[in-house]
Design a protein around this ligand. Structure first.
Ligand SMILES: C[S@@+](CC[C@H](N)C(=O)[O-])C[C@H]1O[C@@H](n2cnc3c(N)ncnc32)[C@H](O)[C@@H]1O
Length: 186
């Protein structure tokens, strides 16, 4: 089913429309799980490039979730993508974004610069590999990190894209201690 049809079907059944963007292998029940060509052929995933226009009416989505995805998007594409998210979200709806926080990872490294060349994978993941992505393991360009955000910098871009309020919350899907979560309301 296409993204357009999936949204239309949920709306006709008066069910919440919830988009899980950049889902990867993590399929959530009750959500439309969306990813790019990297996940083509993966059952249960609706393929859509997140930086393309969404074939969805204005004010039609209740909730958007993206976990460890924003850092994979080219920074010049982010403002337009967030404007699209704002367009499709219903008034009162919200967008929750979780990602490895650049400021936390930089502080982690500055606190002990030997963490840059540690043999410990967990330490690398909280620092240098968290910043650039695990390039040795995931060589597809979709999996490389293109930019970095702090809670304040992402909140500013979300507000500049039209969201009325942002709240920084504890992570619901933490992968390391360096993650942040910002929820933006329309
Ligand atoms: C690090 S994975 C995160 C997967 C999952 N959200 C998780 O928490 O494990 C990043 C995901 O974003 C997807 N992605 C990156 N750029 C994308 C784009 N332009 N359009 C759609 N998906 C994209 C990748 O294909 C990948 O599945």
């Amino acid at each position: 089913m296409t993204l357009t049809n999936e949204v239309q079907t949920l709306r006709e059944k008066r069910l919440p429309v919830r988009l899980h963007l950049g889902c990867g292998p993590n399929l959530f029940e009750g959500w439309i799980n969306i990813d790019g060509d990297y996940c083509a052929g993966q059952p249960g995933v609706t393929i859509h490039n997140l930086t393309d226009t969404y074939p969805i009416p204005d004010n039609s989505v209740d909730e958007i979730l993206s976990v460890h995805v924003i850092e994979h998007i080219m920074p010049d594409k982010v403002p337009l993508m967030l404007k699209e998210w704002h367009r499709i979200i219903k008034p009162g709806g919200f967008v929750a974004t979780e990602w490895p926080d650049l400021l936390k990872m930089c502080k982690f490294i500055v606190d002990d610069p030997s963490r840059l060349y540690s043999d410990n994978r967990k330490i690398l993941k909280q620092g240098i590999a968290g910043i650039f992505g695990n390039i040795a393991r995931y060589q597809d360009v979709a999996m490389m990190h293109k930019w970095g955000y702090s809670a304040d910098s992402l909140s500013k871009i979300l507000k500049d894209s039209g969201f009325s309020k942002t709240v920084t919350e504890p992570n619901k899907y933490p992968k390391t201690g360096m993650c942040s979560r910002v929820v933006a309301y329309k």
